[in-house]
Design a binder for this molecule. Sequence first.
Ligand code: PEP
Length: 256
Amino acid sequence: MSRQFFVGGNWKCNGTKEEVKKIVTSLNEAEVPSEDVVEVVVSPPFVFLPFVKSLLRSDFYIAAQNCWVRKGGAFTGEVSAEMLLNLGIPWVILGHSERRLLMNESNEFVGDKVAYALSQGLKVIACVGETLEQRESGSTMAIVAAQTKAIADRVENWANVVLAYEPVWAIGTGKVATPAQAQEVHLELRKWLKDNAGAEVAASTRIIYGGSVNGANCKELATQSDVDGFLVGGASLKVVVLCSLSHHYSYNFSML
Ligand code: PEP
């Protein structure tokens, strides 16, 4: 089964309105393959969501970087799935390792968030990944399986889920997983999905890689049969200070 390639840019907690405008302008000018070949999703901080939405070309999409686990209400500082939908934001990133580790989000909490966001109609980029210590102790697959299980226990329909394998040791460190390391985990995750969510889910769910992806290393990673795209952090922002993101994305696309 052919899976539509997915390229996500996670801007994290970065940028000014001027910088955001520059990135979006570059993206709008980028020459990329058609939407049915590559799905492009950018994830600005909450405060810039309406601004990006007002500027971004219509064949690119927007993801929030988080949302609340249930319906909104007395949860100071949180943003609900309903609010994102109300603003016309179709995607949300959930379970990013920075939130799992810094905000102590447990597997179960992330699973609940994914289930709630999906139930409201959002599409979800659900992140899993092991720390360096976990990799070195040989528990990579047990860790990512447990993270995925907490989602699978709460979700029946995977059509609107993209699973992002993001080894924590590769995020923001410049230490990218080798294509073989990425492929090994992606293949295991696909097998896990087959055994636990069914063959159809395993064949159709996009499993993307994140962790120090850039224009130089993306080509080889993308040749791996179970790597269906990328979630790009730092390199998706470089345009702010360095060069054009449109070039970065074109570079990603040119390997297809
Ligand atoms: C991320 O934070 O999702 C990420 C992959 O970051 P980076 O590309 O900077 O490693």
